[in-house]
Write a protein that binds this ligand. Structure first.
Ligand code: CUA
Length: 192
């Protein structure tokens, strides 16, 4: 009667080398994956990077006809707690208003809608950087520490005038903020 072995055969020595290599490969891939996950967690927690959330739709073809993004509402309003909401329309080839005024050291919410095609915007020297897609409202929450002026270019190719599409963000001390902004009926932008 033949003997039946219940223990697995050990691989010949050549396969052993392969196994070592495979373990090394699996180990280094696991380490890289953990490193990348660590980078995501670190940038989210420490630098406040986050993907856009909150899908909010809007009819981009009728922005001018009234509602949140009608002309009188564009610019900055200050809430009783001192925080600011800035409403901006992105269109070929300008941001309206083209100069945003915001208080330093206060929470700032920027809300943008596109009147035509896909635009993008970033504020120089900050982590504010988002797309503006027709049909959706882009909302960014941020805070500007120091007074000063920053550029806000469109960074998504939107047509022949794309390179000329940019705005400025003027960060001012809350005490020197245009007083009209405290009246919630009137949005303000940079003084001419
Ligand atoms: Cu708008 Cu490029």
């Amino acid at each position: 009667m033949a003997e039946i072995s219940t223990t697995a055969q050990l691989p010949p020595s050549g396969d052993k080398r392969g196994e070592v290599g495979e373990r090394l490969w699996a180990g280094s891939m696991t380490a890289i994956t953990l490193l990348l996950v660590g980078v995501v967690v670190y940038t989210s927690a420490h630098w406040g990077f986050h993907p856009p959330s909150q899908v909010e739709t809007i009819d981009s073809t009728s922005l001018h006809e009234g509602g949140e993004f009608s002309e009188a509402n564009l610019g900055t309003v200050i809430a009783p707690d001192g925080s600011a909401v800035v409403r901006v329309v992105a269109q070929q080839y300008a941001f309206v208003p083209d100069c945003l005024v915001v208080p330093a050291g206060k929470p700032v919410t920027i809300r943008l809608a596109s009147a035509d095609v896909v635009h993008g915007f970033l504020v120089q020297g900050t982590n504010v950087n988002a797309m503006v897609v027709p049909g959706y409202v882009t909302t960014v929450h941020t805070m500007f520490k120091d007074p000063g002026e920053r550029l806000m270019p469109c960074h998504e190719f939107c047509g022949v005038g794309h390179q000329a599409m940019w705005a400025r963000v003027r960060v001012v001390e809350p005490s020197s903020f245009p007083s009209d902004a405290n009246n919630k009926q009137k949005a303000v932008s940079c003084a001419p």
